[in-house]
Structure formats: structure tokens, C-alpha cells
Write a protein that binds this ligand. Structure first.
Ligand SMILES: Nc1nc2c(c(=O)[nH]1)N[C@H]1C(S)=C(S)[C@@H](COP(=O)(O)OP(=O)(O)OC[C@H]3O[C@@H](n4cnc5c(N)ncnc54)[C@H](O)[C@@H]3O)O[C@H]1N2
Ligand code: MOO
Length: 340
């Protein structure tokens, strides 16, 4: 690459794109990398403030920004990602389908510590829709030593940093508990909320059992949904500390492995997660019925990609697990649950 006065560039090959910006009107590429400069281009180049131009001299061991960006794309993007065209050393990563965004945060940090190249992402565990821009990579200088890209390739190896995992369309059984609902003192309001949230993910609700606060009946109902083919059982009510709150006891009685009772998420403190073999059994606290977004919205997409959650996965939610309760909810485009 060498710098020459614009008037002497006729016939030379541009080594980078040149952008024209007219505030409020245009931000676009006026000249493309690789363009051979013609006499009639000179006035526009001068009007864009280019008195001198870098023209391309290909050198061994040095990569143009676009070539380097392509290498980074191949290195870091995993399943479920499509791409924008490479432009000015930059490529956007776009979700190919609805799914859960997974970011390898450790490798992301290592890559960005090398210098002269960046990969920037949305948060790990972001539920994304098809077409959502999820990340961007860019090479900072116009040309970069190939050695730096090779270093990135060594560090990352065959791991990927950004991927979108598709949801499994699960069958769900609901067990709603509470004497007040069972005996018709009040009308059930929980079932409709769960159905709506399951619909967001194209899951099928097999049915809903409404029961009094009786641990044996609740346990039987959970087991019965599993026998009928449920991939997940969702229990509502009786999750707190009153004498009539027996749902956690009932879930324990199924012999399932209790991962957590309690979560550092507000709303959602009284949440319970257990697994019977690989079938998640959830105990949802009352807040899921009335709050716009809760623990359920954070955990459900992870269960729908068949992630086996551990107590430590839940414990990490403390950082960022505090809902701002905005008047107009924009979840998932907010900070709720993004600290993990
Ligand atoms: N001493 C403490 N009390 C409570 C705590 C606590 O930590 N210490 N946590 C609070 C939190 S946080 C929540 S959330 C609730 C959890 O409530 P439960 O899941 O046990 O819900 P219930 O007690 O069964 O009911 C609460 C409320 O909601 C009505 N309800 C329940 N299910 C339905 C339904 N299917 N349809 C309509 N309405 C329903 C119920 O009648 C009650 O009014 O605990 C706090 N307490
Ligand atoms: O579990 Mo409560 O739901 O924190 O609101």
C-alpha cells in the first residue's frame, strides 16, 4: 500500500472502500475496494476530502482488512449464522433462524485482547429471532499482519464463539395447585399465561391439571404428564413458605433431582427447577402470573435448547437478574438476565 496524490492515481487500484456521508441523506460507498481510478473520479474524490489516496501493493504476510475479516468470520461463527457482505473490513453476523444465542465469552475476550481486530456480540443466552443482527467483526487498520490472524486461529482452534441454537418444540404438561382454585373460590389465571408463553416458542401444551394443595396428588399428576409424553412439566402455585405450600415437597417426591429451590432473579425468587431423568420439572412462583417478564422467560429458552442447567448456572443470574419493571416492557431488548 502506498500513499499518492489523488491527481496521480488514475489507473491505480483502490485498496479500501471510500464512504460518502451527507448528513440526513447518504451514508454509502462511493468507491469500492479494487476500483480502478478513472479521470472522471478525481473531482468526487477531492470533494470527499481525499487529497491523497492509498493504493494497493500486495505484500507477503500482510492481509487487506476485508480478507482478514473473512478469516475472522470463518474462525468465529458457528451454526445458525448468516452474514452481511464484507464492507470496509466489517462483517455483521445475522441469526439464520429463531433460537438462543450462545457466546463463548472466554474466547471472545481472548480474541479481543490480541488487538487490531474486534468481535462484538449481543449477550450470551439472548433469545433471538431470525434476521436479528447478533454480532459484528471488524479489522481496525486497513492492512494487518497475517501473523495476528494466525494467532487468533491458534487460540480459537475449532471452537466457535458465536452460534444460534434452535429450540426444540416441546410438549408441556401443566399442574396448577391451590385449594382456592380447585374448590372454585377463584378462577385460574395461571394456565393462560403459561399457554401464551409456550406459544411464543411453538410448544404444545398437552393439558392442565388443577389440584388442591395435596403433595401426593401433585406428584401423581406430574408423573402422569411424563407418562403421557410431556417433555417438560410446569407446576404453578404453592411455591412459598406457607403451611399450604406443598408443591416443592411434591416435586421432591417424584424422585427428581432438585437443581435449585430459590433463584437470584426478581421477579422469580421462589423458583424451583428439578429434572426427572432429562425432563425438566419447574415450580413457578406467583409472580410469573402477574409480572410481564420473570425467571420463567430467562430459563425457558435454555430448557428449550435442551441445556441441562446446574445450580451454578442459576446462581450466575444474580448479576443482571433484577428486572427494571419498565412501563413498556421491551424484553429481551433490555438488561434483564443479561449478566450470565
Ligand atoms: N414469608 C414469605 N412469603 C413469601 C415469600 C417469601 O420469600 N417469604 N415469597 C413471596 C414471593 S416472591 C412469591 S412469588 C410468592 C409465591 O407465591 P406462591 O407461588 O406460593 O403462590 P401462592 O401462595 O400459591 O399464591 C399467591 C397468590 O396468587 C394466587 N394464585 C396462585 N395460583 C393462582 C392461579 N392459578 N390462578 C389465580 N390466582 C392464583 C393465590 O390465590 C394468591 O393470592 O410468595 C410470596 N410470599
Ligand atoms: O418468586 Mo417471587 O416471584 O420473587 O416474585
Amino acid at each position: 500500500m502506498k500513499k499518492i496524490p489523488v491527481k496521480e492515481t488514475i489507473g491505480s487500484v483502490l485498496c479500501h472502500d471510500i464512504t460518502q456521508i451527507i448528513p440526513g441523506k447518504i451514508k454509502d460507498r462511493a468507491f469500492k475496494k479494487g476500483h480502478i481510478i478513472k479521470k472522471e473520479d478525481i473531482p468526487l474524490l477531492l470533494s470527499l476530502g481525499k487529497d491523497h489516496i492509498y493504493v494497493w501493493e500486495k505484500k507477503e504476510g500482510v492481509l487487506h482488512e476485508n480478507e482478514a475479516a473473512e478469516r475472522l468470520r470463518k474462525l468465529t461463527a458457528g451454526a445458525g449464522i448468516t452474514f452481511s457482505e464484507v464492507k470496509e473490513g466489517k462483517i455483521n453476523f445475522i441469526a439464520e433462524y429463531d433460537g438462543l444465542l450462545k457466546i463463548n465469552k472466554e474466547l471472545l475476550y481472548k480474541l479481543n485482547s490480541i488487538g487490531e481486530m474486534i468481535l462484538v456480540t449481543l449477550h450470551n443466552n439472548y433469545p433471538v429471532r431470525k434476521g436479528k443482527k447478533v454480532a459484528g467483526t471488524r479489522v481496525i487498520p486497513l492492512v494487518i499482519e497475517e501473523e495476528k490472524i494466525k494467532r487468533a486461529e491458534e487460540i480459537i482452534g475449532n471452537e466457535k464463539i458465536v452460534q444460534v441454537i434452535p429450540y426444540k418444540q416441546m410438549k408441556v404438561g401443566i399442574v396448577t395447585t391451590g385449594n382456592e382454585i380447585y374448590y372454585g373460590r377463584i378462577k385460574d389465571a395461571f394456565g393462560a399465561v403459561i399457554r401464551k408463553k409456550m406459544e411464543e416458542y411453538d410448544c404444545e401444551v398437552l393439558g392442565q391439571t388443577i389440584l388442591p394443595d395435596d403433595p401426593d396428588k401433585i406428584r401423581n399428576a406430574i408423573e402422569s404428564w411424563i407418562e403421557k409424553g410431556a417433555d417438560m412439566v410446569v407446576c404453578t402455585g404453592g411455591m412459598s413458605v406457607d403451611p399450604d405450600d406443598v408443591t416443592p415437597t411434591a416435586i421432591e417426591k417424584t424422585g427428581g433431582e432438585i437443581i435449585t429451590y430459590g433463584s437470584p432473579i426478581l421477579p422469580g425468587a421462589m423458583f424451583l427447577l428439578a429434572y426427572k431423568k432429562d425432563i425438566p420439572i419447574l415450580g413457578l412462583p406467583g409472580c410469573v402470573m402477574y409480572a410481564k417478564r420473570t425467571v420463567f422467560d430467562l430459563i425457558l429458552p435454555r430448557l428449550l435448547i435442551k441445556e441441562r442447567l446446574k445450580a451454578s448456572d442459576i446462581a450466575k443470574y444474580g448479576h443482571g437478574g433484577f428486572c427494571m419493571e419498565c412501563e413498556v416492557c421491551r424484553f429481551p431488548d433490555c438488561t434483564f438476565g443479561k449478566g450470565v
